[in-house]
Design a binder for this molecule. Structure first.
Ligand SMILES: NC(=O)c1ccc[n+]([C@@H]2O[C@H](COP(=O)([O-])OP(=O)(O)OC[C@H]3O[C@@H](n4cnc5c(N)ncnc54)[C@H](O)[C@@H]3O)[C@@H](O)[C@H]2O)c1
Length: 327
């Protein structure tokens, strides 16, 4: 079956999706939407598409029929777009983050349930051979039970623009990836967090660009996160630098090469890396009518790690994740 896709948001990240989608013969890009028509027209030309271009979803829906909405717009518009798509029978494949607040994320879950349509989220950093290998060593290997996982994320990008003006740029815009990776690696969910968010001397951001978080996960596992977007020198990988300590040994991953360990580690190949891997899984799940591992029902826990961390830092106390999951 060929899925007819309505594509919203033709900004910078859409290249990571469109360059792969146009190679698949089970997806047809059947309509483009962007507030900025010129942006949409440029992408239409770049990918040699023959579909119509719309400026809003209502016009698109009344002029065509679609199976799925691909959402690459900014997070603040996500819930409104999701409501229109889900209530009109479309599944949604969305960029991260799931939503710009917990309230909106929970509402997307409610709508997905109500209209019996799936909302799947891009978490591209789950998909690479090093992550698969690391995860397999933690979950299935001879390491025994894991008690501790840490991620160090130390980078110093000068983005300019909104990230340098917003509150909590690291936690809101980036840490969702690392937190989601931790959940994927441990194959269980967070229980609580204590976080200290800060903006160190020399930072070129207005909001807090650094954070230290201690999460407790199910099975008494501790996940320690130290992150900064204003760290000069000795930068880590964008995938962070990781250490898992288990009963029988430790596994280290520098975020770039294969993980190393004092126990045997089996290499697990990921056939499609990054965006391709996640898009492939989401589309396969739509065809097979099953839940993707990054569905909104799973992803709400990664989102909760972000907002619980911010709350913890503001209130200077430990926050239980379940507090944020209650409607
Ligand atoms: N997974 C990743 O590694 C990764 C990397 C970068 C960005 N992202 C995410 O992708 C999303 C988009 O980021 P970007 O960098 O491409 O932003 P961008 O600003 O380059 O593009 C967003 C586009 O959406 C359009 N738009 C905004 N609101 C709209 C609406 N309501 N209806 C129709 N069009 C609308 C804008 O006109 C713009 O063309 C964000 O959620 C961001 O967090 C993910």
């Amino acid at each position: 079956m060929i899925l007819k896709a309505l594509y919203a948001g033709l900004g910078s990240i859409s290249d990571s999706w469109l360059s792969y989608l146009v190679t698949r013969d089970d997806v047809e890009i059947a309509g483009l939407i962007d507030l900025n028509q010129e942006t949409a027209l440029k992408k239409k030309e770049k990918y040699n598409l023959s579909c119509p271009v719309f400026s809003d979803i209502e016009t698109a829906l009344s002029n065509g029929s679609f199976d799925v909405l691909i959402d690459n717009i900014v997070p603040s518009g996500r819930l409104e777009l999701a409501e229109k798509a889900l209530s009109n029978g479309l599944h949604v494949l969305s960029e991260k983050p799931l939503a710009s607040s917990m309230k909106e994320g929970l509402e997307i879950n409610r709508l997905s349930r109500k209209y019996d349509r799936n909302f799947f989220v891009m978490q591209n950093r789950r998909y690479n051979t090093n992550m698969f290998t690391f995860r397999n060593a933690i979950i299935n290997g001879s390491a025994g039970k894991t008690g501790y996982l840490s991620a160090e994320f130390m980078l110093g990008p000068h983005f300019g623009g909104f990230r340098e003006e917003m509150e909590s740029p690291l936690l809101i815009d980036m840490a969702i990836h690392t937190f989601d990776q931790a959940r994927f690696l441990l194959n269980c969910n967070p229980v609580s967090v204590y976080c200290h968010e800060y903006n160190p001397a020399g930072s070129w951001y207005k909001g807090n660009a650094s954070a230290v978080c201690v999460f407790e996960f199910e099975n008494n596992i501790v996940f320690s996160y130290q992150g900064s977007w204003c760290a000069n020198g000795f930068n880590t990988s964008w995938d962070s630098s990781w250490r898992a300590i288990a009963e029988n040994g430790s596994i280290l991953w520098d975020g770039t090469n294969l993980p190393v360990s004092d126990i045997p580690v089996e290499k697990i190949i990921c056939d499609f890396n990054g965006h391709k891997g996640c898009i492939n899984e989401m589309i396969t799940c739509l065809h097979e009518n099953r839940m993707a591992s990054t569905s909104s029902f799973d992803n709400i826990y990664s989102l909760a790690m972000v907002f619980a961390s911010i709350k913890s830092s503001k209130e200077n106390k430990k926050i239980y994740i379940k507090e944020l999951l209650e409607d």
